[in-house]
Design a protein around this ligand. Structure first.
Ligand code: ATP
Ligand code: MG
Length: 365
């Protein structure tokens, strides 16, 4: 898939952006605080309906604007579709080829993105919640229906929490536990599947970018046992039953995939505790490029949004990155304060954009 054309209006400091793109590589350069991250953030919003970093959706609307609009012509299988998102107050309006979007699955089938930003180091170094979110996002990018699995489980958890807080009867809690066991086992199976799919490509990219022979291994950590979904549901039923008294006292669900983690190890040592900054960067790059490679093996080509190449990579890693990116079909957006760093992208297949004070112009035409 490829963004052929992009317009942005009233999105953070960007307005009047109207760009033909189309090429494989898009280099977005400019000084600090000009709007580079905002430009990839606009594309990320269109592809995922989420802000790129921890921003609240309403903070995405420009201070001087009533509404933010991002729209793009995205080609997929030789066929261009028009994606558009509009934010106004707390309201979000989505259209696909000028029709209101009711079902998100077909929408997400035609536009997907993998992002890599400096704050992604947190995936390795921060608390388990961030790793669960990373894994669920990767599963969602691979199979958009994952969104519904995550939402269903989260809704059940919330309902059960309310039941625990209001001292509902054991029979009511039994009903929630049964539903949680089924939904939770399903979620765990899907997370294990995506982790399995990513393991090979991530290790392969890590070998190539790290420049050192450490082996990266990812392990899903859960108290729920079992080799298939049915066995995992049984295990969850058992664990939930055993925890009932504790749960009633603490008014929280104490078992399930909302508490799981992914342990990342370099040569059997936990990267979270022992990884150096450089090692952490290599792992995160491997996670993100591995996702792209896995997508490539599946026959998908999500957009790759790489924010702030300059702060993330030295020259030799940038070289290896460009080499790797040339092997997958994904369209790549890379922001940098120093475009000479990305000279290795083939000129004939690269759009050069310059961002200044919220305006964006193509400099290679
Ligand atoms: N809602 C908003 N309305 C208007 N301007 C905003 C809004 N939110 C952020 N900005 C401004 O957008 C500017 C550009 O931000 P952005 O993060 O895209 O810069 P950048 O080019 O990526 O810079 P850097 O190289 O430092 O990462 C910032 O100066 C910020 O004040
Ligand atoms: Mg930035």
């Amino acid at each position: 898939m490829r963004v052929e054309h992009l317009t942005v209006e009233g999105f953070r400091n960007l307005s009047g952006v109207d760009l033909p793109l189309g090429r494989r590589f898009v280099v977005v350069s400019g000084d600090n605080a000009q709007g580079k991250t905002n430009l990839v953030g606009a594309i990320y919003l269109l592809a995922t309906l989420k802000p790129l970093r921890g921003h609240r959706t309403r903070d995405l609307i420009g201070w001087e604007a009533d509404r933010a609009v991002v729209s793009a012509g995205v080609s997929h299988d030789d066929f261009v579709r028009q994606y558009r998102i509009e934010l106004e107050g707390s309201k979000r309006t989505l259209t696909l080829d000028s029709s209101a979007v009711r079902d998100l699955e077909p929408y997400f089938r035609g536009i997907r993105a993998v992002s890599f930003t400096p704050s992604d180091a947190q995936i390795v170094t921060s608390e388990p919640k961030i790793r669960r979110a990373w894994l669920d996002r990767a599963a969602f990018t691979a199979r958009p229906s994952h969104l519904y699995i995550v939402r269903r489980y989260a809704r059940l958890l919330e309902q059960k929490s309310a039941a625990l807080r209001t001292h509902s009867s054991g029979a009511v809690l039994d009903v929630f536990d049964e539903q949680l066991a089924v939904a939770g086992a399903d979620l765990i199976t899907r997370r294990l599947d995506i982790l399995d799919e990513l393991a090979g490509p991530v290790a392969q990219v890590h070998d190539r970018v790290a420049g050192q022979p450490e082996q990266l291994v990812m392990r899903y950590r859960t108290r729920v046992q079992g080799d298939d979904t049915a066995a995992r549901a049984d295990s969850m039923r058992q664990l939930l039953g055993d925890s009932r008294a504790d749960e009633v006292r603490r008014q929280r669900t104490l078992v399930g995939p909302h508490l799981d983690d992914v342990r990342m190890e370099l040569d059997a040592h936990a990267a979270r505790s022992f990884g150096s900054q450089g090692q952490v960067r290599s792992i995160v790059l491997a996670l993100k490029l591995g996702e792209l490679l896995a997508a490539h093996e599946r026959g998908d080509q999500p957009l790759f949004l790489f924010d702030d190449v300059s702060s993330e990579l030295d020259a030799s890693r940038t070289g290896r990155l460009v080499e790797l990116l040339s092997e997958v079909d994904a369209q790549v957006f890379a922001t940098t304060t120093d475009p000479s760093q990305l000279r290795a992208f083939p000129a004939a297949d690269t759009c050069q954009l310059r961002v200044s004070g919220g305006s964006v112009v193509a400099t290679d035409v």
